[in-house]
Design a protein around this ligand. Sequence first.
Ligand SMILES: NC(=O)C1=CN([C@@H]2O[C@H](COP(=O)(O)OP(=O)(O)OC[C@H]3O[C@@H](n4cnc5c(N)ncnc54)[C@H](OP(=O)(O)O)[C@@H]3O)[C@@H](O)[C@H]2O)C=CC1
Ligand SMILES: O=C([O-])CC(=O)C(=O)O
Length: 271
Amino acid sequence: MKLGLIGAGGMAATMLEAIAAHEPRLLDHLAVLVRDRAKGEALVAAQGSCARVTSVHTEIEDFLHSGAGVVCECAGHGAVREHGAAVLKAGRDLVIASTGALADASLLEALKAAAVQGGAQMLLPAGAVGGIDALAAARLLGTPRVTYIGRKPPRAWKGTKAEALVALDALTEATTFYEGAARDAARDFPQNANVAATIALAGVGFEATRVRLVADPTISANVHELEVESDAVRFSIRLVGVPSRSNPKTSLTAGLSMARAVLNRDAVVVV
Ligand SMILES: NC(=O)C1=CN([C@@H]2O[C@H](COP(=O)(O)OP(=O)(O)OC[C@H]3O[C@@H](n4cnc5c(N)ncnc54)[C@H](OP(=O)(O)O)[C@@H]3O)[C@@H](O)[C@H]2O)C=CC1
Ligand SMILES: O=C([O-])CC(=O)C(=O)O
């Protein structure tokens, strides 16, 4: 497989480690697109054995010419905006981690058009959350009622709009600082509420999906709660996600979910 990867942060590292551990011979070529070449080279060096050939690019044109097949975005909303359409128009399927970018309705429409033009697909893995399969199935029989609650330790909300809404360092108990629609949550918390967007896209959309975001000084994990009531199924799940080593905002499951999306492309049995 020739894999294209946008981004060289914690999620990219988790994804590559998992692929190398489970299918060490899967990747013929890994092409990495970054803004800072040194960071791409550091990732490739750290993941030395994950692919037979590696290349690092800072220009989308070179990246696409490298022959990368499926492309995984592990970089952020800006990268989806900057590169999503070019990847799809070039006929490459795009696995998107930063699904919150799709809360921008005009971007979503533009990417859909690019995908049709290129004959490619946008693939949205479950990421850090679970229950997406049951929610998407439930949607086929009526309109589920969906609530998502994202709880993270205060340190995971540092450098976000939460800092202006609540005194993160002074918290002694769990504090809700956002309650509303998934669209605003995804837009305003681009590094923390992608799961809200994934849930919205799998279920009842960005307006009808209710979201609560909580800073909780009593926890050390990233906790995701999803409640669904529908004609087909009622469920309530709680995931206690271990944060990635390099980025407390991101749970390990997010990178592992990206790895699954890649491994599944070569699997005989796809689960
Ligand atoms: N769906 C889900 O469940 C989840 C999704 N996410 C999404 O995944 C993203 C990545 O997470 P994580 O790896 O932890 O974040 P990090 O901040 O650790 O890494 C992001 C990487 O992407 C690079 N990057 C940023 N913008 C661009 C760009 N325009 N083009 C190329 N490279 C770029 C950064 O480089 P530089 O150093 O130059 O900034 C950095 O290497 C998050 O920003 C979030 O949007 C995160 C968690 C869960
Ligand atoms: O990784 C997580 O716990 C969730 C996350 O950051 C996001 O949805 O953007």
